[in-house]
Design a protein around this ligand. Structure first.
Ligand code: SF4
Length: 359
Protein backbone atom coordinates (compact mmCIF):
# COMPACT_ATOMS: atom_id res chain seq x y z
CA UNK A 1 0.00 0.00 0.00
CA UNK A 2 1.32 3.44 -0.90
CA UNK A 3 2.37 5.47 2.13
CA UNK A 4 0.17 8.45 2.97
CA UNK A 5 1.75 11.85 2.36
CA UNK A 6 2.40 13.84 5.54
CA UNK A 7 1.06 17.27 4.62
CA UNK A 8 2.18 18.99 7.85
CA UNK A 9 5.67 19.20 6.38
CA UNK A 10 4.70 20.36 2.87
CA UNK A 11 5.99 23.77 1.86
CA UNK A 12 3.68 26.17 0.02
CA UNK A 13 4.67 25.17 -3.52
CA UNK A 14 4.65 21.49 -2.70
CA UNK A 15 1.12 21.86 -1.32
CA UNK A 16 -0.05 23.71 -4.43
CA UNK A 17 1.38 20.98 -6.63
CA UNK A 18 -0.28 18.29 -4.51
CA UNK A 19 -3.67 20.04 -4.66
CA UNK A 20 -3.33 20.50 -8.42
CA UNK A 21 -2.65 16.77 -8.83
CA UNK A 22 -5.85 16.08 -6.88
CA UNK A 23 -7.71 18.20 -9.46
CA UNK A 24 -8.67 20.82 -6.88
CA UNK A 25 -8.49 24.62 -7.23
CA UNK A 26 -5.33 26.31 -5.99
CA UNK A 27 -6.99 28.26 -3.13
CA UNK A 28 -7.66 24.96 -1.37
CA UNK A 29 -3.95 24.73 -0.71
CA UNK A 30 -4.10 27.92 1.39
CA UNK A 31 -7.07 26.60 3.31
CA UNK A 32 -5.27 23.37 4.10
CA UNK A 33 -2.18 25.23 5.29
CA UNK A 34 -4.36 27.43 7.52
CA UNK A 35 -6.09 24.36 8.95
CA UNK A 36 -2.92 22.34 9.50
CA UNK A 37 -0.58 25.00 10.82
CA UNK A 38 -2.77 28.02 11.64
CA UNK A 39 -5.44 26.09 13.55
CA UNK A 40 -3.08 23.17 14.31
CA UNK A 41 -5.61 20.52 13.23
CA UNK A 42 -4.38 16.94 12.93
CA UNK A 43 -7.48 15.44 11.29
CA UNK A 44 -8.80 16.48 7.88
CA UNK A 45 -12.31 15.82 9.16
CA UNK A 46 -11.97 18.87 11.44
CA UNK A 47 -11.30 21.21 8.50
CA UNK A 48 -14.94 22.09 8.10
CA UNK A 49 -14.29 24.90 5.62
CA UNK A 50 -13.33 22.20 3.09
CA UNK A 51 -16.06 20.32 1.18
CA UNK A 52 -16.78 16.90 2.65
CA UNK A 53 -15.66 15.16 -0.56
CA UNK A 54 -12.23 16.81 -0.38
CA UNK A 55 -11.84 15.95 3.31
CA UNK A 56 -12.55 12.33 2.46
CA UNK A 57 -10.19 12.40 -0.50
CA UNK A 58 -7.42 13.83 1.69
CA UNK A 59 -7.97 11.24 4.40
CA UNK A 60 -7.47 8.51 1.81
CA UNK A 61 -4.12 9.64 0.44
CA UNK A 62 -2.63 11.91 3.10
CA UNK A 63 -2.19 12.41 6.83
CA UNK A 64 -1.78 15.30 9.25
CA UNK A 65 -0.72 13.16 12.16
CA UNK A 66 2.33 11.03 11.61
CA UNK A 67 3.55 11.18 15.23
CA UNK A 68 1.83 9.27 18.02
CA UNK A 69 2.21 10.44 21.62
CA UNK A 70 3.08 7.40 23.73
CA UNK A 71 3.43 9.14 27.11
CA UNK A 72 3.57 12.52 28.73
CA UNK A 73 5.51 13.19 31.93
CA UNK A 74 4.89 16.28 34.05
CA UNK A 75 7.64 17.63 36.33
CA UNK A 76 7.11 19.22 39.72
CA UNK A 77 8.41 22.44 38.09
CA UNK A 78 5.72 22.36 35.35
CA UNK A 79 8.02 21.09 32.59
CA UNK A 80 6.43 18.44 30.40
CA UNK A 81 8.22 15.72 28.45
CA UNK A 82 6.45 14.07 25.54
CA UNK A 83 7.59 10.70 24.33
CA UNK A 84 6.31 10.26 20.80
CA UNK A 85 6.84 7.74 18.05
CA UNK A 86 7.26 8.14 14.30
CA UNK A 87 5.25 6.01 11.86
CA UNK A 88 8.35 3.81 11.60
CA UNK A 89 8.31 3.28 15.39
CA UNK A 90 11.29 5.50 16.29
CA UNK A 91 11.15 7.54 19.51
CA UNK A 92 10.89 11.33 19.40
CA UNK A 93 11.11 13.48 22.51
CA UNK A 94 9.91 17.02 22.98
CA UNK A 95 9.98 19.17 26.10
CA UNK A 96 7.71 22.04 27.06
CA UNK A 97 9.24 24.51 29.51
CA UNK A 98 6.89 27.16 30.93
CA UNK A 99 8.39 30.41 32.24
CA UNK A 100 6.78 33.59 33.55
CA UNK A 101 7.10 35.58 30.30
CA UNK A 102 7.26 33.04 27.51
CA UNK A 103 7.04 29.33 26.88
CA UNK A 104 9.89 27.41 25.37
CA UNK A 105 9.57 24.20 23.42
CA UNK A 106 12.69 22.10 23.05
CA UNK A 107 12.30 19.89 19.99
CA UNK A 108 14.27 17.03 18.49
CA UNK A 109 15.81 17.05 15.04
CA UNK A 110 16.71 13.35 14.96
CA UNK A 111 15.53 10.18 16.63
CA UNK A 112 18.57 9.29 18.74
CA UNK A 113 21.88 10.89 17.74
CA UNK A 114 24.98 9.70 15.88
CA UNK A 115 27.37 11.85 17.93
CA UNK A 116 28.90 10.48 21.06
CA UNK A 117 29.04 13.31 23.56
CA UNK A 118 30.16 11.67 26.78
CA UNK A 119 27.77 13.55 29.06
CA UNK A 120 24.61 12.90 27.04
CA UNK A 121 22.20 10.03 27.42
CA UNK A 122 20.80 10.44 23.89
CA UNK A 123 24.20 9.37 22.55
CA UNK A 124 23.53 5.89 23.93
CA UNK A 125 20.66 5.43 21.44
CA UNK A 126 22.82 6.00 18.36
CA UNK A 127 21.10 7.43 15.28
CA UNK A 128 17.70 5.88 14.61
CA UNK A 129 16.48 8.32 11.94
CA UNK A 130 16.55 11.87 10.68
CA UNK A 131 13.21 13.53 11.38
CA UNK A 132 11.32 14.94 8.40
CA UNK A 133 10.29 18.60 8.33
CA UNK A 134 6.74 17.43 9.04
CA UNK A 135 7.84 15.44 12.09
CA UNK A 136 9.73 18.48 13.40
CA UNK A 137 6.75 20.83 12.90
CA UNK A 138 4.27 18.31 14.28
CA UNK A 139 6.15 18.15 17.60
CA UNK A 140 5.40 21.86 18.11
CA UNK A 141 1.76 21.42 17.09
CA UNK A 142 1.26 18.51 19.51
CA UNK A 143 2.76 20.41 22.45
CA UNK A 144 0.83 23.65 21.77
CA UNK A 145 -2.41 21.70 21.40
CA UNK A 146 -1.79 19.84 24.64
CA UNK A 147 -1.05 23.04 26.57
CA UNK A 148 -3.55 25.45 24.97
CA UNK A 149 -5.95 23.38 22.87
CA UNK A 150 -6.35 23.44 19.08
CA UNK A 151 -6.94 26.83 17.47
CA UNK A 152 -5.92 28.77 20.63
CA UNK A 153 -2.93 31.11 20.65
CA UNK A 154 -0.12 30.72 23.19
CA UNK A 155 -0.71 33.91 25.24
CA UNK A 156 2.95 34.89 25.59
CA UNK A 157 4.26 33.54 22.31
CA UNK A 158 6.60 30.61 22.02
CA UNK A 159 10.35 30.26 21.73
CA UNK A 160 11.78 27.15 20.16
CA UNK A 161 15.15 25.52 20.76
CA UNK A 162 16.57 22.68 18.68
CA UNK A 163 18.25 21.17 21.72
CA UNK A 164 16.32 17.93 22.06
CA UNK A 165 17.65 14.67 20.66
CA UNK A 166 19.95 14.82 17.67
CA UNK A 167 22.45 17.07 15.96
CA UNK A 168 20.34 19.54 13.93
CA UNK A 169 23.15 20.32 11.48
CA UNK A 170 23.27 16.67 10.45
CA UNK A 171 19.65 17.03 9.34
CA UNK A 172 20.20 20.45 7.81
CA UNK A 173 17.73 20.49 4.92
CA UNK A 174 14.79 19.19 6.92
CA UNK A 175 15.60 21.59 9.74
CA UNK A 176 15.65 24.59 7.40
CA UNK A 177 12.46 23.48 5.69
CA UNK A 178 10.79 23.22 9.12
CA UNK A 179 12.08 26.70 10.04
CA UNK A 180 10.42 28.11 6.88
CA UNK A 181 7.14 26.38 7.65
CA UNK A 182 7.17 27.50 11.29
CA UNK A 183 7.54 31.14 10.19
CA UNK A 184 4.41 31.23 7.99
CA UNK A 185 2.22 34.18 8.94
CA UNK A 186 -0.98 32.23 8.37
CA UNK A 187 0.52 29.18 10.09
CA UNK A 188 2.33 28.86 13.40
CA UNK A 189 4.05 32.22 12.86
CA UNK A 190 7.14 31.41 14.94
CA UNK A 191 9.80 33.49 13.20
CA UNK A 192 13.50 32.46 13.04
CA UNK A 193 14.46 35.05 15.70
CA UNK A 194 12.38 33.04 18.15
CA UNK A 195 14.24 29.82 17.32
CA UNK A 196 17.70 28.76 18.53
CA UNK A 197 19.61 25.93 16.92
CA UNK A 198 22.33 24.25 18.93
CA UNK A 199 25.17 22.39 17.26
CA UNK A 200 27.96 20.26 18.68
CA UNK A 201 30.25 21.73 16.02
CA UNK A 202 29.53 20.59 12.46
CA UNK A 203 31.89 23.17 11.00
CA UNK A 204 30.91 23.16 7.28
CA UNK A 205 27.25 23.56 8.23
CA UNK A 206 28.03 26.45 10.62
CA UNK A 207 29.61 28.16 7.61
CA UNK A 208 26.60 27.37 5.40
CA UNK A 209 24.25 28.56 8.14
CA UNK A 210 26.21 31.83 8.44
CA UNK A 211 25.52 32.59 4.78
CA UNK A 212 21.73 32.22 5.09
CA UNK A 213 19.44 35.22 4.72
CA UNK A 214 16.83 34.24 7.27
CA UNK A 215 18.13 31.98 10.00
CA UNK A 216 17.53 31.11 13.63
CA UNK A 217 19.88 32.08 16.46
CA UNK A 218 22.97 29.93 16.90
CA UNK A 219 24.29 28.12 19.95
CA UNK A 220 27.51 26.12 19.85
CA UNK A 221 28.04 23.44 22.45
CA UNK A 222 31.69 23.72 23.46
CA UNK A 223 32.04 22.20 26.97
CA UNK A 224 35.86 22.14 26.94
CA UNK A 225 38.41 24.82 26.06
CA UNK A 226 41.25 22.46 25.05
CA UNK A 227 41.38 19.90 22.23
CA UNK A 228 42.74 17.32 24.64
CA UNK A 229 39.66 17.47 26.86
CA UNK A 230 37.15 18.13 24.09
CA UNK A 231 38.36 15.09 22.12
CA UNK A 232 37.23 13.02 25.10
CA UNK A 233 33.98 14.81 26.03
CA UNK A 234 32.80 15.56 22.49
CA UNK A 235 34.52 13.22 20.02
CA UNK A 236 33.22 15.30 17.09
CA UNK A 237 36.21 17.47 18.03
CA UNK A 238 38.51 14.90 16.44
CA UNK A 239 36.82 15.66 13.10
CA UNK A 240 36.74 19.47 13.52
CA UNK A 241 39.00 20.75 16.28
CA UNK A 242 38.65 23.90 18.35
CA UNK A 243 40.68 26.07 15.96
CA UNK A 244 38.35 25.11 13.07
CA UNK A 245 35.28 25.51 15.26
CA UNK A 246 36.36 28.95 16.49
CA UNK A 247 37.07 30.04 12.93
CA UNK A 248 33.56 28.98 11.79
CA UNK A 249 32.10 30.68 14.89
CA UNK A 250 33.96 33.84 13.86
CA UNK A 251 32.34 33.63 10.45
CA UNK A 252 28.90 33.45 12.04
CA UNK A 253 29.73 36.35 14.36
CA UNK A 254 30.83 38.50 11.41
CA UNK A 255 27.37 38.08 9.87
CA UNK A 256 25.44 38.56 13.13
CA UNK A 257 22.44 40.83 12.64
CA UNK A 258 20.53 43.01 15.06
CA UNK A 259 18.25 40.93 17.28
CA UNK A 260 20.08 37.64 16.69
CA UNK A 261 21.79 35.85 19.54
CA UNK A 262 25.02 33.87 19.57
CA UNK A 263 25.80 31.57 22.46
CA UNK A 264 28.33 29.01 23.58
CA UNK A 265 26.92 26.25 25.76
CA UNK A 266 29.19 24.74 28.38
CA UNK A 267 28.02 21.70 30.36
CA UNK A 268 29.75 21.72 33.75
CA UNK A 269 30.89 18.30 34.96
CA UNK A 270 32.19 18.12 38.51
CA UNK A 271 35.96 17.72 38.65
CA UNK A 272 36.22 17.28 34.86
CA UNK A 273 35.87 20.65 33.10
CA UNK A 274 34.90 23.09 35.86
CA UNK A 275 38.23 24.28 37.32
CA UNK A 276 39.18 27.98 37.54
CA UNK A 277 42.11 27.26 35.20
CA UNK A 278 39.74 25.93 32.52
CA UNK A 279 37.43 28.93 32.99
CA UNK A 280 40.40 31.19 32.26
CA UNK A 281 41.35 29.03 29.27
CA UNK A 282 37.81 29.32 27.92
CA UNK A 283 37.86 33.10 28.26
CA UNK A 284 41.30 33.18 26.62
CA UNK A 285 40.13 31.01 23.72
CA UNK A 286 37.09 33.19 22.97
CA UNK A 287 39.10 36.40 23.27
CA UNK A 288 41.94 35.10 21.10
CA UNK A 289 39.45 34.41 18.35
CA UNK A 290 37.70 37.75 18.86
CA UNK A 291 34.43 36.05 19.80
CA UNK A 292 33.27 38.94 21.95
CA UNK A 293 29.66 39.14 20.77
CA UNK A 294 28.87 35.69 22.13
CA UNK A 295 27.64 34.92 25.61
CA UNK A 296 28.31 31.71 27.49
CA UNK A 297 25.51 29.63 28.97
CA UNK A 298 26.72 27.44 31.81
CA UNK A 299 24.68 24.27 32.19
CA UNK A 300 25.20 22.26 35.36
CA UNK A 301 25.25 18.63 34.22
CA UNK A 302 22.02 16.70 34.69
CA UNK A 303 22.96 13.36 36.20
CA UNK A 304 21.49 10.27 34.58
CA UNK A 305 22.40 6.66 35.11
CA UNK A 306 24.66 5.20 33.56
CA UNK A 307 26.52 8.47 32.84
CA UNK A 308 29.54 8.65 35.17
CA UNK A 309 29.38 12.43 35.78
CA UNK A 310 28.10 14.59 38.62
CA UNK A 311 26.98 18.21 38.39
CA UNK A 312 29.37 20.88 39.66
CA UNK A 313 28.53 22.41 43.02
CA UNK A 314 26.76 25.80 43.17
CA UNK A 315 29.98 27.41 44.44
CA UNK A 316 32.05 25.97 41.58
CA UNK A 317 29.48 27.16 39.02
CA UNK A 318 29.45 30.63 40.59
CA UNK A 319 33.28 30.78 40.55
CA UNK A 320 33.44 29.65 36.90
CA UNK A 321 30.90 32.33 35.95
CA UNK A 322 32.73 35.03 37.93
CA UNK A 323 36.03 34.25 36.18
CA UNK A 324 34.42 34.54 32.73
CA UNK A 325 32.76 37.80 33.68
CA UNK A 326 35.98 39.22 35.10
CA UNK A 327 37.53 38.46 31.70
CA UNK A 328 34.75 40.39 29.97
CA UNK A 329 32.73 37.36 28.77
CA UNK A 330 29.00 37.56 29.59
CA UNK A 331 28.04 34.33 31.33
CA UNK A 332 24.71 32.98 32.52
CA UNK A 333 23.78 29.88 34.48
CA UNK A 334 20.93 27.84 33.00
CA UNK A 335 18.51 26.59 35.65
CA UNK A 336 17.90 22.86 35.16
CA UNK A 337 14.27 22.11 34.34
CA UNK A 338 12.43 18.80 34.45
CA UNK A 339 15.28 16.73 35.91
CA UNK A 340 12.80 14.53 37.80
CA UNK A 341 11.14 13.38 34.56
CA UNK A 342 14.33 12.96 32.46
CA UNK A 343 13.46 16.05 30.47
CA UNK A 344 16.56 18.10 31.25
CA UNK A 345 19.46 18.81 28.94
CA UNK A 346 21.37 15.63 28.04
CA UNK A 347 18.77 13.36 29.64
CA UNK A 348 16.63 12.51 26.61
CA UNK A 349 16.85 8.81 25.92
CA UNK A 350 13.24 7.76 25.43
CA UNK A 351 12.94 6.79 29.10
CA UNK A 352 9.66 5.46 30.30
CA UNK A 353 8.68 5.13 33.94
CA UNK A 354 6.65 6.70 36.70
CA UNK A 355 5.12 10.19 36.87
CA UNK A 356 3.18 9.39 33.74
CA UNK A 357 0.07 11.43 33.00
CA UNK A 358 -2.80 11.03 30.58
CA UNK A 359 -2.22 12.61 27.20
S1 SF4 B 1 24.67 16.43 23.28
FE1 SF4 B 1 23.45 16.70 21.40
S2 SF4 B 1 24.93 16.25 19.75
FE2 SF4 B 1 25.82 15.40 21.63
S3 SF4 B 1 25.15 13.25 21.66
FE3 SF4 B 1 23.65 14.46 22.83
S4 SF4 B 1 22.05 14.94 21.37
FE4 SF4 B 1 23.84 14.33 20.20
Amino acid sequence: MEQKRHLTGFGREEMEEFIKDLGEPRFRSKQIIKGLRGHRLREFGEMTDLPLALREKLAECATASSLTVRSRYVSIDGTRRYLMETAAGHPVETVYIPTANRDTICFSSQSGCPLKCEFCLTAKLGLLSNLTAGEIVEQIIIVLNDVYGERNEAPHGTNLVAMGAGEPFLNFENLLKAVDILAEEDGLFIVPRRITVSTAGIVPKIREFSALEARPNLAISISAPTDELRDVLMPINKRWNLAELMSAAGEFQSTLRRGETFTFEYVLLSGVNDSPALARKLAGLLKRHGLLKAKVNLIPHNPADPLPYEPSSKETVADFKAILEAEGIPAFVRTPRGRDIFAACGQLAARTGSAEADV
